[in-house]
Design a protein around this ligand. Sequence first.
Ligand code: FES
Ligand code: FES
Length: 162
Amino acid sequence: MFRRNSVNISLSINGTKYEADVEPRLLLVHLIRDVVGLTGTHIGCETSICGACTVMLDGKTAKSCCVLAVQADGAEVITIEGLAQNGQLHPVQEGFWEKHGLQCGYCTPGMIMAACGLLKDTPNPTEEEIRHGIEGNLCRCTGYQNIVEAVKYAADKLKAQA
Ligand code: FES
Ligand code: FES
């Protein structure tokens, strides 16, 4: 149904096409979670500070609380749910599993998406580059060390697969 003041948008999320009539003020993260029902993308602050809402938007990481759904019209979005393929964890997900890169897990989907973005641009990162690459994502639990180890694991695994 076309609501007053709504805008029709279509976009791809994890390879599936979606079309929706949305209010111009709707945030992309609310579209992903509340309209499409993919709740793996978390909301921490809604003010671009924590990174819990990080997704890939046309191949670049983006904090989806800082993007309007209408700005994503025609875009390709990848969320945490889109990383595993054929029942196999993505190397970054595997790294977090193997290196205990999480405790409560609240930051984890955004942290993993940020790490994917980092490794896409910098496949062989130094520890400093890893820390710089995830500096927009806050974790209140882990102290970051195991997250850094997880990203190193993923970088090695991706290199071995190349
Ligand atoms: S919820 Fe988007 S940066 Fe915190
Ligand atoms: S694991 Fe709890 S906030 Fe990061």
